[in-house]
Ligand binder design. Structure first.
Ligand SMILES: Cc1cc2nc3c(=O)[nH]c(=O)nc-3n(C[C@H](O)[C@H](O)[C@H](O)COP(=O)(O)OP(=O)(O)OC[C@H]3O[C@@H](n4cnc5c(N)ncnc54)[C@H](O)[C@@H]3O)c2cc1C
Length: 470
């Protein structure tokens, strides 16, 4: 890696000429808590103070900033909304934070082609609502959809509850405008549904965690909005049976539009946090939240009956069929706020494990067994239909030594189990800072060398989000 330089007064002035003085933030110019926020995301309680925060308005300004940083060996941390869970947006080398918050325009919704062109600082839910108004559907919906940005979603290849039927962010992107680490601006592809023209630079950028460039415009494909949905909350008396039922529903020929697993504490903490009352009988250990959607309600009821048929084979309590929009919203709200409620209860480490879905019961059993052996508590939930289990390790009363060093071995064992089961160490949160020490469990040296080579070609001075992934 290159030797990074510091930000001189002359460089600060140059940044001011590019973005305007009000959009150059330093520790001296803004309130301490506002500035501190640019140095953290949702990863544990980590914080790194930025050297300077810049809030450019467009790709051209970003290009000028990046060119200056390239020439002067200044590290850059691209930043979306800071909801990431792997420390990707943390400015660990100080340097320049480039916030995309002002690139927040929906440029065009093209109803003829079912496409939209947007800037990366648009909040996911704002975009979903805007396309819904014209009868269109943008499915990727991270549980953080009310705050996370589309640029962050692309940089992490984020998923969400709907991924089980509709795929993740990567499945909706057609073309990206990117400012490369040298300052050059490119488009990666074309606005077409298919493209067989050279290497797939679009998908290379997706999931690259801000290490290969800054995404400044996106062309997404859209779908017609599904008119109907059915939502059911299914209580199970044994956690493992809930995990087993997931694959059984798919084997019965049903593809739900949501299939979320929540162990008892996850749903209890979230409903308490939101103050939404929920009856949880003593013997219930876990829930599945199952959603079916489509254009034909009669067909959905037939599918719901099939799901009930599958569930007869398990020890389930009374199934709650949400019968109005408010009840559905509340159930989804509880699911979406599990992460926030865990954070409210304790500092935590979130491991984003993913395995082929039928291996979920083995993974869950293994996580609990490892926790019991090493003496830590975990709260598990996640996008079970994708085999994606979020393992939240609760700090509770663990000492600094236990938290920072002692957990490395058990986390490695959890990840080794994922790989043994045919899975990997992150399904949607990325590697960023906190998982990079474990990447060798999932990827061979040959894979990592290819990635390092790609990074070198894109970013010869190593300035773009250094210290992440590798
Ligand atoms: C309560 C909660 C629930 C969550 N639920 C989900 C979920 O269901 N599914 C899921 O996948 N994730 C989930 N997340 C994680 C997080 O919201 C996602 O990873 C999200 O995509 C991050 O977006 P952001 O705008 O906050 O990005 P940030 O945290 O700001 O940045 C994330 C990464 O993207 C890079 N980046 C940001 N913008 C750009 C850009 N324009 N160009 C290049 N790189 C860029 C940053 O450098 C960083 O590496 C959840 C988080 C929370 C707190």
């Amino acid at each position: 890696m290159s030797e990074f330089q510091i930000i001189t007064p002359a460089l600060l002035e140059a940044f001011e000429r590019i973005v305007g003085k009000t959009h150059v933030l330093t520790a001296q110019r803004v309130e301490a808590d506002v500035y501190a926020d640019y140095g953290r995301d949702h990863t544990e309680d980590l914080h790194f103070e930025p050297g300077v925060v810049l809030r450019p308005a467009n790709a051209e300004e970003i290009s000028q900033i990046v060119r200056l940083c390239h020439e002067n060996y200044l590290p850059i941390t691209p930043r979306g909304a800071g909801t990431g869970l792997s420390g990707g947006a943390l400015p660990i080398h100080k340097g320049v934070v480039i916030s995309t918050e002002r690139l927040n325009k929906i440029i065009e919704i093209d109803e003829r082609n079912l496409q939209a062109t947007v800037e990366p600082g648009v909040v996911n839910e704002v975009f979903q609502n805007a396309v819904k108004e014209v009868g269109l559907f943008y499915p990727p919906d991270p549980a953080s959809k009310g705050s996370c940005f589309l640029g962050g979603n692309l940089a992490h290849s984020s998923g969400g509850p709907k991924a089980v039927k509709y795929g993740t962010t990567k499945d909706y992107v057609l073309n990206l405008q990117v400012v490369l680490p040298t300052g050059d601006i490119i488009w990666t592809a074309a606005n077409t549904l298919k493209n067989s023209t050279g290497y797939n630079l679009t998908q290379l950028m997706v999931g690259s965690e801000g290490t290969l460039g800054i995404i400044t415009k996106v062309v997404f494909r859209l779908l017609p909005y599904p008119q109907h949905n059915i939502l059911m909350l299914v209580p199970f008396r044994r956690e493992e049976q809930a995990a087993e039922a997931v694959a059984a529903v798919f084997r019965a020929g049903i593809i739900p539009s949501g299939m979320e697993f929540m162990e008892r504490e996850a749903i209890a903490w979230s409903s308490d946090y939101l103050k939404i009352p929920l009856t949880l009988p003593e013997d219930i250990r876990a829930h599945l939240l199952i959603e079916l959607d489509g254009q034909d309600l009669d067909q959905l009821y037939k599918e719901a009956e099939q799901v009930y048929g599958v569930l007869e084979g398990y020890d389930v309590g009374e199934i709650l069929l949400a019968d109005n929009a408010t009840q559905k919203d509340e159930l989804w709200k509880i699911r979406r706020n599990i992460g926030n409620s865990v954070r409210y209860n304790s500092v935590y480490k979130e491991e984003d494990t993913v395995v082929p879905r039928a291996e979920l019961p083995t993974l869950l059993r293994g996580v609990k067994e490892i926790g019991a052996r090493y003496g830590f508590k975990s709260v598990c939930y996640g996008h079970a239909g994708d085999g994606n289990l979020h393992v939240n390790i609760i700090r509770g009363n663990l000492t600094d030594e236990q938290w920072n060093v002692g957990l490395r071995q058990p986390i490695s064992e959890i990840f080794e189990l994922c790989v043994k089961l045919g899975g990997t160490i992150s399904g949607e949160h990325g590697i960023g800072l906190v998982q990079k020490g474990y990447i060798g469990i999932a990827l061979k040296e040959a894979n990592l060398n290819l990635m390092r080579g790609i990074k070198q070609v894109f970013d010869p001075h190593g300035i773009m989000n250094p210290g992440k992934i590798f």
